[in-house]
Design a protein around this ligand. Structure first.
Ligand SMILES: [Fe+2]
Ligand SMILES: [Fe+2]
Length: 203
């Protein structure tokens, strides 16, 4: 009898998202083709947008119940998301031949990597210790991602550019004064992922 495949738990799902974005950043760094670079930038922004949304809507609120440490992790992560979104909003309308694009993507990549590593090290442990049903959470996150993926890129762009957190300047208040500061201060973001690739159907 075939053994039932283990269901993904939410930390595995989020980690798979992180990996997808890492791969996209790597592909961008290697690409010499303008059209391909444009496509990769769109994919990076889309994946980050979706991943951040599901974390903020479904995952981060759970940290509220995890004592002072959980709340600190949540606060830092949310601030890092804002910094990342600030950089994303700058990138969103750039063309592949824009001289600054490569530098901005490098900064974004560094911010995201810093953030993802912290989540993997600290937040995932908190989630595993929380007693929450991590498999059920994974299903909830995956379903929300399907919904978000139906939103058009223009809608995501509008949300990034006009979004209250980014455009009202919260990101700046929270620590950013420009790319130099951004680079050294936070870095978190979101990575998204291709649910269909990560959620292997266990049948
Ligand atoms: Fe994440
Ligand atoms: Fe995050």
């Amino acid at each position: 009898m075939p053994a039932r495949a283990k269901k993904l738990d939410v930390t595995e799902l989020l980690h798979a998202d992180h990996q997808i974005v890492r791969e996209l950043f790597f592909s961008f760094s290697k690409s010499e083709d303008k059209a391909e670079k444009d496509k990769l930038v769109k994919q990076i922004l889309t994946e980050l947008f979706i991943h951040a949304k599901v974390e903020e809507e479904i995952v981060y609120p759970l940290l509220e119940n995890e004592g002072e440490e959980g709340q600190e992790i949540k606060g830092e992560a949310e601030n890092e998301h804002r910094v990342v979104q600030f950089v994303m909003a700058e990138i969103v309308n750039m063309k592949s031949d824009d001289d600054e694009l490569k530098a901005k993507i490098t900064v974004l990549c560094e911010l995201v990597e810093h953030h993802a590593k912290e989540e993997e090290k600290e937040m995932f442990k908190k989630l595993r210790d929380s007693g929450e049903d991590l498999e059920a959470l994974a299903e909830e996150v995956a379903a929300r991602k399907v919904e978000l993926r139906k939103e058009s890129l223009p809608a995501m762009k509008a949300s990034l550019v006009i979004g209250d957190e980014v455009k009202t300047g919260d990101a700046k208040k929270n620590s950013v004064k420009g790319d130099k500061d951004t680079k050294h201060k936070t870095g978190k973001a979101v990575r998204g992922l291709q649910i269909t690739k990560t959620r292997k159907k266990s049948a």
